[in-house]
Design a protein around this ligand. Structure first.
Ligand SMILES: [Zn+2]
Length: 358
């Protein structure tokens, strides 16, 4: 594996539920130490600063470190665990999957229990289970005390178990947590790329905490940095699989390049900033497409309404099957997004930023 693939494997496999992202921050620190000034906000977000040929303007590029995960809410007398979701889960994708539970005694594997079809009544087969119906099996059995062996207690965190692997298509990697370790990787790799080229500004490569449970680190980071322009870097939703039918919903696809998010829910990306980014992509012939999100949103939504307002937008890497154990992306799209960010940041001097801000 080359250095970048190893880095992507390490960062996606890291344990980082909302609220406990330290393992991810440690990897990002190692990747930026020596050429950036490193800081945190008070709830754990990571902020690496790289000054260019001018201190102003301030440009922030931020991924989020947390992943959709679980918290233990009950240990039944039998030893089975009950959990609550952290972030948006469709319980359908969880049955029979493995999770990694972290306790004061270490890390342990568990299984989300499911009934075999033999025992399902006809109406049960049609139902989607509610999260409350799910339970986790840590190896419940005669003569084995789950609490004693694992040290599990209420409040412990678990994440999906979904290791990094490459498909027959050598550009496509499957792993848990592309959402949004790919954004964290982009934020710090942008900083390393900028070592090779001048940039007329100060760049903040940021990795926020607790995005999946309400854009919380986005609020504190934007407040701390107070940038002139802010980009969220996140996964986009590739709608190139069976089940999506034509029209504008099919805009984003794996291998289509970087994607520029025009609209997320009710949040409009800053139009002059979007136009600027699309112009740069065309000028530099960087593969790209535009997209929109009907539900959910990115940290850009929070950046936009910080202080007196910050022109913000999101640049994404298309991904299939996010919020599951097996998310998929094409590394060429990651490289396109990185190239686009470098080209954009190198052009954001004081005059250009003033023109965009209007
Ligand atoms: Zn997400």
């Amino acid at each position: 594996m080359d250095d970048r693939t190893l880095f992507l494997k390490e960062i996606t496999e890291a344990f980082g539920p909302p609220g406990l992202e330290d393992a991810v921050a440690a990897i990002l620190r190692r990747r930026t130490e020596g050429f950036c000034q490193i800081g945190r906000d008070n709830i754990g977000s990571f902020i690496a600063t790289k000054k260019g040929t001018s201190a102003e303007p301030k440009v922030m590029v931020a991924g989020h470190m947390d992943e959709v995960a679980f918290m233990v809410t009950d240990v039944e007398p039998s030893g089975f665990l009950r959990m609550r979701p952290l972030g948006g889960w469709w319980p359908h994708v969880l049955l029979g999957q493995r999770i990694r539970l972290r306790t004061r005694k270490g890390e342990f594997l568990g299984i989300v229990g499911s009934k075999p079809p033999h025992d399902l009544k006809p109406d049960e087969r049609k139902n989607v289970l509610e999260f409350n119906d799910l339970f986790v099996d840590m190896g419940v059995g005669q003569g084995f005390d789950v609490v004693e062996a694992t040290g599990v207690r209420r409040g412990d965190f678990a994440v999906p178990h979904g290791p990094f692997e490459t498909l027959a298509n050598p550009n496509q990697h499957v792993v848990k947590a592309w959402d949004n370790r790919i954004g964290c990787a982009l934020a710090v790799d942008l900083l390393s790329e900028l070592r090779k080229a001048d940039h007329p500004n100060t760049v903040y490569g940021v990795a926020t905490v607790q995005e999946e449970i309400g854009l919380r680190g986005a609020a504190t980071c934007a407040e701390q940095v107070m940038p002139d322009i802010a980009f969220a870097v996140d996964v986009g939703i590739a709608r190139d699989t069976p089940g999506y039918k034509g029209g504008d919903k099919c805009q984003e696809r794996l291998g289509g390049g970087a994607s520029v998010l025009l609209l997320e829910g009710h949040v409009v990306s800053h139009p002059r900033l979007v136009r600027f980014v699309l112009d740069v992509a065309e000028e530099e012939k960087i593969p790209h497409h535009t997209t929109s999100l009907e539900g959910g949103g990115t940290d850009a939504a929070r950046f936009q309404i910080t202080g007196r307002g910050i022109p913000s937008m999101a640049i994404c890497v298309p991904s299939r099957y996010i919020h599951s154990h097996s998310s998929l992306l094409d590394r060429r799209d990651y490289e396109a997004a990185l190239k686009l960010l470098v080209a954009v940041v190198r052009r954001l001097d004081a005059k250009t930023v003033a023109r965009i801000r209007g």
